[in-house]
Design a protein around this ligand. Sequence first.
Ligand code: AKG
Ligand code: FE2
Length: 273
Amino acid sequence: ATTEACDSAELPAPAVVVGGAAVEPPISETIELRDGRTVALRTLHAELQLTYAHGLVAAEELEALVRLAESRGGFRRSPLRRQHSDGVIKDDIRNSSSCPLLWPMVYAGRAHEVAAAANGAALLEELSLATRISERVADLFSRSGMPTTAAHVEPLQLVRYQASELFGPHHDYHESPSSSVQGEQRSFTVLLFGSTLPPGSGGETRFPLLDVSVSPRTGDALIWANLLDDGTPNVRSLHEGRPPASGEKLAVNVWVADRPFDSSSDLERAVRT
Ligand SMILES: O=C(O)CCC(=O)C(=O)O
Ligand SMILES: [Fe+2]
């Protein structure tokens, strides 16, 4: 067995720019997950607990999710979320495409029904991948000292940008409980990258108030807190998806809520995609 230091030394440095300068924050922690996957973490900024995670998801898993989403025509122009800023309603800040994946909270107990659909095999594969990734993220949080289960995880959401498409500055937290499913708040965002875009080719996730930007690399993830310690929204979690200069960018949003969803209520009807 190799030592942690050796393993970490083999990891390529993420492309992170802080205040206009490239930085290489050290590996702060290496976590062995229940499924055998080893995830190395780098703290990128003291605020938002902004963290870079190496190897949270496999390229094959991401490729399968895209294939399955496409096979059911799931990608849509991303819903426009109206944002109030300086009293102005901006609804032109997003022109990427997105696809919510089957939510294990709703469908895990209904596998027979899912299997009976015309494309049942593909739907079951999607459900199983979404379950696996939700459980993995929950396991990572639990092992980082924050007890979390897959019941805290919203439906995963694929997001895809073609060249020059973007998602302008926004917050992931709910501005009001009415946009939540069950009154929950989005404590954390885990953004899984499904594309690699070298520095200078766009597609960065950027935090304008922290002046941090991170280029995507397939299989790696950015994790940040959307809330302050007291559970209220942190306006400094403002972030944006910059347009790829060429090629496309794929990412998967994994939103971790501040409480588990209650599957005994009518979750299916409550889900807005
Ligand atoms: O694509 C990105 O880098 C950010 C995506 C994002 O913020 C979102 O989908 O909420
Ligand atoms: Fe976001």
